[in-house]
Design a protein around this ligand. Structure first.
Ligand code: GDP
Ligand code: GDP
Length: 467
């Protein structure tokens, strides 16, 4: 049993394009002209290791027809009724329109679970539209580009808890009565609606972790140690919930889904696809993870391959924890640690502030600190800083170190807001954003990291000009 996702939104926002990407076949028509005749269309979707049913509600014929709203309503309501979760799509290049508001209203009333997507988000032309989408009151928008396949990992991250909930429902034939409610899930219901009678169990979203590193760094040993038993190599018969690329565990009370690149490699060996997989497995794990643990071998730390994967994790916007393994064989621990920190700062300046934890996968030493670092990095990655606090902070930063004045014109930074989380992304409204030197950007990013205590996460800062 899996879930059904309905893609809803006004014509021409890109629903069919996304549908095609998820289904992988040219099942739905795509057309530049809004209004090609279509109805609800269903397909079997794949996204990473998830399989689900997707409904494309692009069934509106003519945007000038004055019965549009009625038909739009009926069609959308039908899709919503059929679905467990709705992906509400707007066009970030156009921004929020009056028609989008009508859809938002229907969804607020009728849908238990809405994922808001700002589509056509490739490039900075979409930034304003993404910001506007917050105003719909449907939560944080994810940035998507259905056409270019961007943001699919964020969509995956949103869907994993839905998937897990269905898996769980399928397992528990009779739901327990002591179901807990989480505030967010509860808030998605409208009071008085018939739908509100259905309790929603807490979504225990497992924290998604990838353990990556060179061959022999100790990934399998580490995961085995976390599992507490030598189960990894013995495969699914041993009773671990696992699929092709991940396994679910409970690590010191925190449910996690660990992307196990070592296991993937070993599996691949069997299938004689080693060459092909070993190139992409680390990459795939990074794309699907929230927190990436880069596992280094203390004897040969910061090799090219380590640096490359750590950099990839940063560019993909993942939270990063550096773990230095085989610490049990290190003799001059103090000196070694100093060297490691020095190399880290020099070789991975883009990961400044990320925690560096020494561990022994073999003895289990340091695994409690590793667990704490993962939780903290994840927390920071999800953090939202209130706009008022940000603007107070910005005023202080500007006073301490005013922005430059290229050609005698001072760049004015007017206002700042956090536009997204996972990782934290900030937008600063300013005059002449194109003239802002990179060093000032760094000053702000480093300041944010320090003053708001945000180690271990990439921080994105976008300057936006004001007209
Ligand atoms: P629907 O009416 O909502 O199903 O929209 P379609 O999927 O038919 O897309 C409408 C138009 O938007 C087509 O020209 C698509 O090529 C285009 N489009 C879809 N997704 C994207 C995207 O991510 N970026 C950009 N720039 N265009 C897109
Ligand atoms: P993987 O290729 O990254 O999965 O690495 P493995 O887990 O297979 O480990 C490679 C080798 O390093 C094995 O011989 C392990 O026993 C050894 N090893 C792993 N972790 C440690 C550790 O913390 N200390 C020591 N001394 N050896 C370790």
């Amino acid at each position: 049993m899996s879930f059904t996702l309905a893609i809803v939104g006004r014509p021409n926002v890109g629903k069919s394009t996304l549908f095609n990407r998820l289904v992988g076949k040219k099942l739905a028509l795509v057309d530049d002209q809004p209004g090609v005749t279509r109805d609800l269309r269903e397909g079997e979707a794949r996204l990473g290791d998830l399989r689900f049913t997707v409904i494309d509600s692009a069934g509106l014929e003519d945007a000038t027809d004055n019965s549009l709203e009625g038909r739009m309503r009926r069609l959308t309501e039908r899709a919503v009724e059929m679905a467990d979760v709705c992906l509400f799509m707007i066009d970030a290049r156009v921004g929020v329109t009056a028609t989008d508001e009508v859809f938002a209203e229907i969804l607020r009333k009728k849908s238990a679970h809405v994922i808001l997507a700002a589509n056509k988000s490739e490039g900075s032309a979409a930034d304003a539209g993404v910001l506007e989408a917050y105003g719909l009151g449907l939560g944080e928008p994810i940035r998507l580009s259905g056409e270019h396949g961007e943001g699919m990992n964020d969509l995956y991250t949103e869907l994993v808890p839905v998937f897990d909930r269905f898996e769980k429902l399928a397992e528990d034939t009779a739901p327990e009565t002591d179901v807990e409610f989480d505030e967010d899930a509860d808030a998605e219901f409208n009071e008085g609606e018939e739908i509100a009678a259905t309790p929603v169990p807490t979504m225990d979203k497992p924290l998604q972790v990838a353990v990556v590193g060179r061959p022999n760094a100790g990934k399998s040993t580490l995961i085995n140690k976390i599992l507490g038993e030598d189960r990894l190599l013995t495969g699914p018969e041993a009773g671990i919930t696992r699929d092709a690329i991940s396994l679910k565990i409970d690590w010191a009370g925190t449910p996690m889904r660990i992307f196990d690149t070592a296991g993937m490699r070993k599996k691949a060996k069997v299938q004689e696809k080693l060459e092909k997989l070993s190139v992409s497995d680390g990459l795939r794990a990074v794309k699907f993870a929230e927190v990436v643990v880069v596992l280094l071998d203390a004897a040969i730390p910061f090799e090219q391959q380590d640096l490359r994967i750590a950099d990839l994790a940063e560019r993909e916007g993942r939270a990063v924890v550096i773990a230095v393994n085989k610490w049990d064989i290190e003799e001059e621990k103090q000196d070694k640690l100093r060297d490691l920190k020095e190399s880290f700062e020099r070789l991975l300046p883009q990961l400044r502030g990320a925690p560096l934890i020494t561990v022994s996968a073999k003895t289990g030493r340091g695994l409690d600190r590793l667990n704490a670092a993962i939780l903290k990095a994840h927390d920071v990655w999800n953090r939202r800083i209130p706009t008022a606090a940000l603007n107070r902070w910005l005023a202080g930063m500007l006073e301490q170190h005013p922005p430059p004045a290229p050609q005698g014109k001072r760049i004015k930074l007017r206002y700042m807001t956090q536009a997204k989380t996972r990782p934290p992304g900030f937008v600063v409204m300013c005059s002449h954003p194109d003239k802002m030197p990179e060093s000032y950007n760094r000053y702000l990013v480093n300041g944010l990291r320090q003053d708001f205590d945000m180690p271990g996460t990439p921080i994105r800062l976008t300057l936006r000009g004001q007209s």
